[in-house]
Design a protein around this ligand. Structure first.
Ligand code: IMP
Ligand code: MG
Length: 180
């Protein structure tokens, strides 16, 4: 799989160090709250699994599945819900956990959707945030790493459902998707 990658951005150690820092910040901020993490499938499942094991506070976990990419590397702009949350978040403190923020369309959609369930608060956490003008301006409360506008894979992130199992985050070679 290494031949599909032009560079490794973050290796296993760098990722774990950053996630443990984020988790201790979140544990502090939500100490006297009712934290519910909503993990956005599929890309965030590895991030969630590592993150929650650093928490020092009680946490409830739920999942949402949305889709806006299909098998391409650019957002279609249209978000559809494939799976909604099951647990009641009314009055709870929700933290949306996503793998990466690119255009901001997904995160904006998630905020608007989850607000309808009347939680006490909603914040966002993304492992990766692309540094570029966003189509939707959205505040990311907890950021893992800021990156350039490249298509990245690994550590849960996919291209056409592949590469999620890479233990590091790398840049996908352009020749892999140039002819899409
Ligand atoms: P946004 O709605 O454009 O902000 O994109 C958010 C979603 O698109 C993320 O949750 C990812 O699933 C996917 N995505 C965006 N950029 C990348 C990337 O570079 N690699 C893999 N998935 C990406
Ligand atoms: Mg995603």
């Amino acid at each position: 799989m290494k031949h599909s990658i032009s560079a490794i951005l973050f290796d296993e150690n760098e990722i774990q160090t950053r996630i443990s820092d984020l988790a201790s910040q979140i544990s502090k901020d939500y100490e006297s709250k009712n934290l519910v993490i909503i993990c956005i499938l599929k890309g965030s499942f590895v991030f969630l699994a590592d993150m929650i094991r650093w928490f020092t506070i009680p946490v409830k976990i739920d999942f949402m599945a949305i889709s806006s990419y299909g098998n391409r590397t650019e957002s279609s702009g249209e978000v559809t819900i494939k799976k909604d949350i099951d647990i009641d978040i009314k009055g709870k403190d929700v933290l949306i956990l996503d793998d990466i923020v690119d255009t901001g369309i997904s995160m904006t959609f998630l905020f608007d959707h989850l607000k309808k369930y009347r939680p006490n608060s909603i914040r966002s956490c993304a492992l990766l945030v692309k540094q570029k003008p966003r189509l939707r301006e959205i505040k990311i409360d907890y950021k893992g790493f800021e990156i350039e506008d490249d298509f990245v894979i690994g550590y849960g992130l996919d291209y056409a459902e592949k590469f999620r199992n890479l233990p590091y985050i790398g840049i996908l070679k352009e020749e892999i998707y140039r002819n899409e």
